[in-house]
Design a protein around this ligand. Structure first.
Ligand SMILES: NC(=O)c1ccc[n+]([C@@H]2O[C@H](COP(=O)([O-])OP(=O)(O)OC[C@H]3O[C@@H](n4cnc5c(N)ncnc54)[C@H](O)[C@@H]3O)[C@@H](O)[C@H]2O)c1
Length: 370
């Protein structure tokens, strides 16, 4: 899809944000406010005190507790949806109906059908809908992608994407660990990022079958908790935890390639955040958002290359937001997570969860109907 916004870069984009939590404070507010022709006009949160405090600090003029009222009154050009996962769909649909472009937080939706419905409405309304899987904008990911596009890896036939935390269960006792609000745990929280990192470098091939396993090994025992977002109201050992904290999957693609996904919120194993690419002419390892190592051979000799990457500059989230706005401006070269890419991730998430439930491989055609 190309940018349908057809706007002049001289205009000012009016942004409204739904959700005043962690990610909005850390990423969306600074990201949009760093751009010259963008203004955040309003913030909505059911937690009025939090919304007021955040808005005041950031100089956002209007606060709402009802996002529908915010959409009606403010008529924003861009809406950010950054609330517990279960609300992503209704809020995105409402924002699109109100005529806005939408940056929805990950996961886009809790099912493939929901994701399709959201993308279909965006298409129908001529609006851009994208999702906040920002790690692909990190410096080493961009460098690896440039190498992939230039043919360094040859044919990419396999990849592994791992995000293993030792003690990193977020928001224990909050919406994060409540299945009705989050949909699932580590898979929808960090699995989406790990999937996007690998698929982006692989060129988003079409997945056909998936075998997934999910487990809850630490959360139910109130172990492996991250230090953030813990619901202080909930006494530790009694807090609700009915999501996964571990998800592994093996994915087969139409082109014969395979992808191994390994994510965990908690484990008795050191922290790992990496994406590995296996190609006929070269391999690659992206470590977190810091480092890229390339592997190949030269005149029959194995070679390891450590590219010099530029240091400093905006982080991956800020770059994603900048690209999103540039994309709406119609600037050539600006990229977003494309609808088909977001749909592929939604399909895989549903496939992994179905497979995990059944204990057997799932043909993704049963979800897409193709
Ligand atoms: N892309 C990333 O790297 C990244 C990082 C963190 C979080 N996220 C995603 O962002 C979303 C929010 O995560 P967070 O960590 O900021 O959570 P959070 O709990 O800190 O904030 C969520 C906010 O939503 C508000 N809210 C709940 N229901 C609402 C409603 N009906 N109307 C308006 N506001 C409502 C809550 O009051 C809270 O302030 C989640 O979907 C999460 O997966 C993405």
């Amino acid at each position: 899809m190309t940018s349908s916004a057809a706007s002049s870069p001289d205009r000012t984009w009016r942004v409204a944000i739904i959700g005043a939590g962690f990610v909005v404070q850390r990423a969306h507010i600074p990201g949009f406010q760093a751009l010259p022709h963008v203004t955040i006009v309003a913030l909505a949160d059911v937690n009025q005190a939090r919304a007021q405090e955040v808005a005041q600090e950031a100089g956002i003029p209007h606060v709402y507790t009802d996002y529908q009222e915010m959409l009606r009154r403010e008529r924003p050009d861009i809406v950010v949806v950054a609330t517990p996962n279960v609300f992503h769909k209704p809020m995105t649909l409402a924002a699109l109906e109100a005529g806005a472009h939408v940056l929805c937080e990950k996961p886009l939706a809790l099912s493939y059908a929901d994701a399709q419905e959201m993308m279909a409405l965006a298409r129908e309304r001529g609006r851009v809908l994208t999702v906040g899987t920002h790690f692909r904008w990190s410096t080493p990911m961009q460098a690896a992608k440039a190498q992939a596009d230039a043919g360094f890896f040859g044919e990419i036939y396999a990849a592994r994407s791992i995000w293993n935390r030792r003690t990193g269960i977020p928001g224990y006792g909050s919406w994060f660990t409540n299945q009705e609000l989050a949909g699932a745990g580590a898979l929808l929280d960090i699995g989406v990022h790990s999937l996007d990192r690998a698929l982006y470098l692989m060129g988003y091939p079409q997945p056909v079958r998936v075998s997934g396993v999910t487990k809850a090994m630490f959360g139910p025992r109130a172990k492996g908790l991250g230090g953030w977002g813990i619901d202080k109201q909930a006494p530790d050992a009694q807090a609700r935890f009915d999501v996964d904290d571990f998800a592994w999957a093996f994915i087969r693609f139409q082109n014969g390639a395979v992808l191994q996904l390994e994510v965990a919120w908690a484990s008795h194993y050191p922290e790992e955040f990496l994406t590995q690419i296996y190609g006929t002419d070269g391999g690659g390892l992206v470590e977190g958002s810091e480092r890229l190592t390339l592997y190949t051979e030269l005149n029959g000799q194995p070679m390891t290359i450590q590219p010099e990457l530029p240091r400093g500059g905006p982080g991956s989230y800020a770059r994603m937001i900048r690209d999103f706005v540039r994309y709406l401006d119609g600037e050539p070269g600006a990229t977003i997570v494309q609808p088909q890419e977001a749909l592929t991730v939604a399909l895989l998430l549903e496939g992994i969860l179905r497979s995990a439930e059944r204990g057997q491989e799932v043909d993704l055609g049963e979800i897409t109907g193709q």
